[in-house]
Design a protein around this ligand. Structure first.
Ligand SMILES: C[S@@+](CC[C@H](N)C(=O)[O-])C[C@H]1O[C@@H](n2cnc3c(N)ncnc32)[C@H](O)[C@@H]1O
Length: 286
C-alpha cells in the first residue's frame, strides 16, 4: 500500500498527522546514521568535506520537515551551505568568526555543520518554531532565540560576525524580504557578514517548467513567473496561508532592495550556489 492509498483509508481530520508520523518513523536513528556512513564513502566528496561530515551529528529531529528520508541529500545541503559560507568569508576577508546566527535554523540541517566548522564560535539557533530551536540547543549546544512573523520587531540584543539565512527570503513577500534585510543590518557586528539565499532565475525556470515541487497553487504559477520576468519579483502564498509562500527574486531586484537600506556592501554572489538550486548573496556591514 503506498502513501496515497493509505491517505484514502484515513479519515480526513487525521490526515495532517500522517505527515508527522511518517517523518517520525523516517528520522529514527539507524536510518540517518547509515545514510551518513554511506555518504562518507561517496567519491564526489572532497577530503575536506569528508572530514567535516565525519564529525557531524547524524541525529534528526523527529519532525524535521527538511528531512524527506533522503539522508545523502540532507547532508549534502549542509556541506553546500558551508562551502558558500566559506566563499563569502574569504571574499569578506573575515577570519575571526566568534558569533554566528542561524536564522531560520530549522532543525539544524546546516547548524550541525556550523557547530563543527566553527567549534570556537557561539552559535545562536533562531526560529519561529520552538521544537526545532530546542532540538538545536539540546543536540548541537546552540543558544536559543525566537523570531517573529513581524521581522522588524525581532531584537536578539546581540551582534553577530556571521549570519546564515538559508531559505527564508525564498518564502517571504517583498515587505518581509526588506524587513529581513533590515534585521541583518541590525544584528551584524561592524564588518560582519550576512549570507542568505533566494530563488533566482534558476528556480524561476524550474517553477515555469513545473519541474520541482514548490507547492505553489496551480493557478498562481503562471502569474508569479510572468511577474518575475517583468519586474524581477514574483510571490504567491501557499494555499490557505497569508504572507508565507514562494518568492522569485532576480539578483538585480535583491541588490536594489539592499541598496535602498544603505550600509550593506555585496562581497559575494553565486547563482544557484546552494545545493545547485538557490542563489546565494554575501553582504558585509560597513
Ligand atoms: C525552508 S525552512 C529552512 C530551515 C533551515 N534554514 C534549513 O535549511 O533546514 C524555513 C524555516 O523558516 C522558519 N520561519 C518561518 N518564518 C520565520 C520567521 N519569521 N522567522 C524565523 N524563522 C521563520 C520556518 O519555521 C521553517 O523552519
Amino acid at each position: 500500500m503506498n502513501i496515497n492509498q493509505i491517505k484514502l483509508v484515513i479519515p480526513q481530520p487525521w490526515r495532517p498527522f500522517l505527515g508527522a508520523i511518517r517523518r517520525w518513523v523516517r528520522s529514527m536513528p539507524p536510518r540517518p546514521r547509515l545514510q551518513k556512513q554511506r555518504l562518507l564513502s561517496d567519491p564526489s566528496l572532497t577530503e575536506t568535506e569528508r572530514a567535516l561530515l565525519s564529525k557531524v551529528s547524524g541525529k534528526i529531529y523527529f519532525n524535521d520537515t527538511m528531512y524527506d528520508g533522503d539522508g545523502a541529500h540532507y547532508y549534502k545541503v549542509g556541506l553546500s551551505a558551508i562551502r558558500c559560507i566559506d566563499a563569502g568569508l574569504a571574499q569578506a576577508k573575515l577570519t575571526n568568526v566568534r558569533t554566528i546566527l542561524d536564522l531560520p535554523c530549522g532543525s539544524g540541517r546546516v547548524l550541525r555543520f556550523l557547530a563543527q566548522q566553527f567549534p570556537e564560535a557561539e552559535i545562536t539557533a533562531c526560529e519561529i518554531q520552538t521544537g526545532p530551536v530546542q532540538f538545536c540547543v539540546r543536540t548541537f549546544g546552540a543558544r536559543p532565540a525566537y523570531s517573529s512573523v513581524k521581522l522588524d520587531e525581532v531584537d536578539l540584543a546581540k551582534k553577530f560576525d556571521l549570519i546564515w539565512c538559508g531559505s527564508l527570503a525564498t518564502h517571504l513577500n517583498e515587505r518581509d524580504i526588506v524587513a529581513l534585510v533590515r534585521l541583518f543590518a541590525r544584528h551584524l557586528a561592524p564588518g560582519g557578514l550576512a549570507v542568505f539565499t533566494t530563488h533566482g532565475d534558476f528556480a524561476a525556470q524550474r517553477v515555469a517548467r513545473r519541474e520541482f515541487e514548490y507547492s505553489i497553487p496551480e493557478d498562481q504559477t503562471g502569474r508569479i513567473v510572468d511577474e518575475f520576468k517583468r519586474t524581477g519579483y514574483g510571490f504567491a502564498d501557499y494555499a490557505g496561508q497569508k504572507n508565507w509562500g514562494v518568492s522569485l527574486t532576480s539578483p538585480e531586484w535583491i541588490r536594489a532592495r539592499v541598496r535602498e537600506l544603505g550600509d550593506l556592501r555585496e562581497v559575494y554572489f553565486e547563482e544557484h550556489g546552494w545545493d545547485d538550486h538557490q542563489d546565494v548573496f554575501g553582504f558585509v556591514l560597513e
